[in-house]
Design a protein. Structure first.
Length: 203
């Protein structure tokens, strides 16, 4: 089983878990939150198990931190939906591991009544056609997603100007673990490399 939950990326001079938006978490739940990679400039990542983070938490986190933030909703480590928000309400989303996302989002016939019907549907030519159609739809959105992500990174004050073409390439790529693809996305968007990565590289 892979990881299912949320990776929250934001900037703060204080530990991110001290944000008021997490004040309603009891100590038992807080103990399940893992601190992920940190990056120079106060950028931090928290890993929440499924059911701990709510989509409405992102605006509150941005308001508290005074900086753009983003969150990756990860499903079994196989795919993720990234949502970014800046301080003036600019919002973007992008899927990671697009082929798997297309299988998940492919439109099902209305006459599927139970799990057995759904399993049979997965082995039909019609299902594969639906996946190809959804994959093409998602692919067509990538240039806009990439431009929006680059604008969000600029609002975050990254020192390196990301290249939309490289972001597009990454959004069309595949990693075994969607978490790794999320870290690569942050790298490509110009955020300073994680301290742990610098140490491994001898930096």
């Amino acid at each position: 089983m892979g990881f299912s939950g949320h990776l929250v990326f934001a900037r703060s001079d204080r530990p991110l878990l001290e944000a008021p938006v997490f004040g309603n978490l009891d100590e038992e739940l807080k103990a399940t939150v893992h601190t992920g990679e940190s990056r120079p400039g106060g950028w931090q990542m928290l890993q929440f198990d499924a059911g701990t983070w709510d989509d409405s938490d992102l605006p509150s986190l941005v308001e508290w931190s005074g900086a753009p933030a983003c969150v990756a909703e990860v499903s079994d480590s196989s795919l993720a939906l990234v949502t970014g928000l800046d301080t003036v309400g600019g919002r973007w989303q992008a899927w990671l591991n697009l082929d798997i996302a297309a299988r998940l989002l492919a439109e099902e016939p209305e006459d599927l009544e139970d799990l057995e019907d759904q399993l049979l549907w997965l082995d039909t030519p019609e299902f594969h056609d639906a996946v190809r159609h959804k994959r093409a739809e998602l692919d067509a959105e990538i240039p806009t997603d990439a431009e929006s992500a680059v604008a969000w990174a600029a609002a975050a004050g990254t020192s390196v100007t990301p290249q939309p073409a490289k972001i597009e390439e990454l959004l069309r790529s595949h990693e075994t673990f969607a978490e790794d693809l999320f870290s690569r996305l942050l790298d490509e968007l110009g955020f300073p490399r994680p301290r742990s990565a610098d140490a491994r590289d001898g930096g």
